[in-house]
Write a protein that binds this ligand. Structure first.
Ligand code: 13P
Ligand code: SF4
Length: 301
């Protein structure tokens, strides 16, 4: 029988490839990856890697972002249907219409968006730098697309700015109801509640800490607390259980499983390297503008 892990190592060397995996990826995928992290960390790695090929274990917008930042590299997404429903909730056409209603107002797009939407935006952000990015803009009004929950979180942090929000959301995080969170808190009264800002404002309000997937992992590592309720996708719980065996982790809600992130298996990573699939490309006219939007974000950090 084929030893997939050994084959992946061999093919990786042969192609001078690097494997990046998001924090939500299955353990078997993280095990064969070179870098694991949140969207911001992985985009920085993609922008600076010296490898010829990037295998991106995540969803489509992440691989597309890697291609925009490293246009001379081959970028492969192992599962071609691994998309992000939130990213699909805003189109470039829709954004152009909104911009016409608010002339001159700068646009911040969440990295969970298509290259075309990025090309219509002024600057990008991720969940780890969203507040800083909006603060950096010299404008009282700011258009924010597509996540209205992250937008609401930013708006509350910076009350002197007026955010015009697109009505998109993550179908995985948005399904959690505040009553359900209150119930799990009662079951684990000593646990710290760590929440991703893609959850609804009513849920985010209940959290002890709000941050990106890697911020949540870092917080759990550094906190003196012994138990935690994790308010983001189940992949973060698996990582924390494995790396911090002396602490307890509970998933905030059983529905916190992103089906798109779970499409990639170790077999898909092997086939991606073996067959050079699925290659991500972006039309050059869109790529030029979208790249600027991402680079402006990286300059701010
Ligand atoms: P992070 O940037 O926090 O890893 O989030 C990406 C994402 O899609 C969360 O649902
Ligand atoms: Fe998209 Fe939500 Fe999945 Fe993140 S968890 S990739 S926002 S669908």
């Amino acid at each position: 029988m084929l030893n997939l892990k050994a084959e992946i190592q061999r093919l990786k060397k042969e192609a001078n490839a690097v494997i990046l995996a998001h924090n939500y990826q299955l353990e078997e995928v993280q095990e064969v990856s070179d870098f694991i992290g949140d969207s911001f960390y992985l985009s920085k790695i993609a922008a600076t890697t010296k490898h010829d090929v990037i295998v991106f274990c995540g969803v489509h917008f992440m691989a597309e972002t890697a291609k925009l930042l490293s246009p001379e590299k081959v970028v492969l997404l192992p599962e071609k249907d691994a998309g992000c429903p939130m990213a699909d909730m805003v189109t470039a056409d829709g954004l152009r219409k909104l911009k016409l209603e608010h002339p001159g107002v700068p646009v911040v797009c969440y990295v969970n968006s298509s290259a075309e939407v990025k090309s219509e935006s002024d600057i990008c952000c991720t969940s780890s730098n969203a507040v800083n990015i909006v603060v950096s803009l010299d404008s009282e009004k700011v258009i924010f697309v597509p996540d209205e929950h992250l937008g609401d979180y930013i708006a509350k942090k910076i009350p002197d700015k007026q955010l015009i929000l697109w009505k998109g959301h993550c179908i995985t995080h948005a399904k959690v109801k505040p009553e359900e969170v209150k119930k799990i808190r009662q079951l684990h009264p000593d646990a710290e509640l760590l929440i991703h800002p893609e959850c609804s404002p009513e849920v985010v309000k209940l959290g002890d800490f709000v941050g990106s997937t890697s911020d949540i992992i870092r917080h759990a590592e550094q906190s003196d607390a012994k138990s935690f309720i994790i308010g983001t996708e189940i992949g973060v719980v698996s990582t924390l259980k494995a790396s911090l065996p002396n602490k307890k982790f509970y998933l905030m809600h059983p529905g916190l499983v992103c089906p798109n992130m779970k499409k990639t298996r170790v077999q898909s990573v092997y086939e991606a390297l073996r067959d050079h699939k699925y290659e991500i490309n972006v039309a050059e006219d869109i790529a030029l503008k979208a790249r600027n939007t991402l680079q402006r974000m990286l300059e701010i950090g």
